[in-house]
Design a binder for this molecule. Structure first.
Ligand code: CS2
Ligand code: MN
Length: 370
């Protein structure tokens, strides 16, 4: 694996490349052209300039998160072929510039959904949190306002104002679109882009839906083992792969995360590793990466990646806000740096246990508590 951190670019991120460079073991960043809109073609010049900036700081661009897919491709609108052609050109330009990993999601309208951006935990840190009752009581337009107000003046990934300015029209466009249509749209999209992915060896890594169920009556399909395996089989090309995001798939306690990793052997191109602390089903907050702070057995997650020969970029995901840091919720420096150190420690220990023939690590009991 290659240890990385997400970086939003010098204009948008509160964390600098120089700071990221000092996190032990981090050799690359996962980044994007943050000011491009879905459907806009990325030029080689801009991709090249981004790479040069990252490389000047002693890091590499390990992959793009995300090249966003336009809603019109998802709801199969009349303009989708033009939009897919532009996406293909962007992929070709990324390939020509030596970038071989693209993360994207296929969630209608919204990216991840949380109901609180700064819930205080017992240790005084603040975290993103989700309660189903709060979502059920919300008008989606209000959620957008709430996210904008709580993001410390930064633009939250996936919640870019341009993207959500036309929220009512978007809801209209998705009327009558169910899960089967979404699967069909994804298949259509993947079949069209696979030739360029093969030509430039670009690994597409679909990000799971977060939370892993339908919200606001919109369909969601990247939610469970059965659906993800269906997506892998419907376009059975190794370039059609997955971003394994433990925090997103883990929102549904029925998802057995290590088992999912094992069943996706060879198709996981990118990993987001983070922990959640559950109070009850549909009611959770994000936690430190450490197993003991949340409900997941992080050792088993990292071990499954290790055992299946995962060799792509890995990154800590949303961190807590600690030590007085202010920044984009989930994307401060300190807690994510702790996450890197922890994942690196697990990886090293798992590797050494294997070499020394030790296989007796006690099983972690997941917690459901207050
Ligand atoms: C990310 C997602 O911050 C996050 O939760 O994992 O926003 C992710 O970047 C997108 O869903 C991928 O398109
Ligand atoms: Mn993720």
């Amino acid at each position: 694996m290659q240890m990385t951190m997400r970086w939003y670019g010098s204009k948008h991120d509160t964390v600098t490349l120089e700071e990221i460079r000092q996190v032990p073991g981090v050799t690359g960043v996962i980044t994007t052209l943050y000011d491009t809109k879905p459907g806009e073609m990325w030029s080689r010049e801009r991709i090249h300039a981004l790479e040069q900036e990252v490389e000047a700081a002693g890091l590499s661009v390990a992959g793009i998160e995300s090249v966003n897919v336009s809603d019109e491709i998802k709801y199969a609108g009349p303009g989708r072929d033009i939009l897919i052609d532009r996406y293909i050109e962007t992929l070709a330009n990324l390939g020509k510039e030596g970038i071989h990993l693209v993360c994207y999601n296929f969630m209608p309208i919204f990216d991840w959904t949380r109901t609180e951006l700064a819930r205080r935990r017992k240790d005084g840190s603040t975290v993103l949190a989700y309660t189903q009752e709060a979502v059920d009581a919300l008008d989606p337009e209000k959620l957008f306002d709430a996210v904008s107000a709580g993001s410390n003046g930064t633009v939250m990934p996936g919640w870019e104002p341009d993207r959500l300015a036309h929220i009512r029209e978007l809801f209209e466009a998705y009327k009558g679109i169910g899960e089967e249509q979404l699967f069909a749209s994804l298949k259509y999209f993947l079949e069209k882009i696979m030739p360029v992915c093969n030509e430039y060896d670009i690994r597409m890594a679909i990000h799971p839906d977060d939370p892993a169920w339908s919200v606001f009556g919109l369909p969601r399909i990247v939610t469970c083992k059965k659906n993800i395996l269906r997506i892998m089989r419907m376009v059975d090309d190794p370039h059609n792969g997955v971003t394994f995001c433990s925090g997103s798939l883990g929102t549904d306690p029925d998802n057995d995360l290590p088992d999912m990793i094992r069943s996706l052997k060879g198709r996981i191109h990118f990993a987001h590793v983070r922990n959640l602390h559950f109070h009850s089903r549909g009611n959770f907050e994000e936690a430190a990466h450490l197993s003991g702070d949340g409900s997941f057995d992080m050792y088993e997650i990292v071990k499954a990646l290790y055992d299946t020969g995962f060799d792509g970029p890995i990154r800590p995901d949303h961190g807590r806000m600690i030590w007085g840091e202010t920044g984009m919720p989930g994307y401060g420096l300190y807690d994510r740096a702790l996450g890197c150190a922890y994942i690196n420690g697990l990886w090293e220990a798992i590797g050494k246990c294997e070499t020394r023939g030790i296989d007796e690590i006690p099983v972690w009991e997941p917690k459901f508590s207050d």
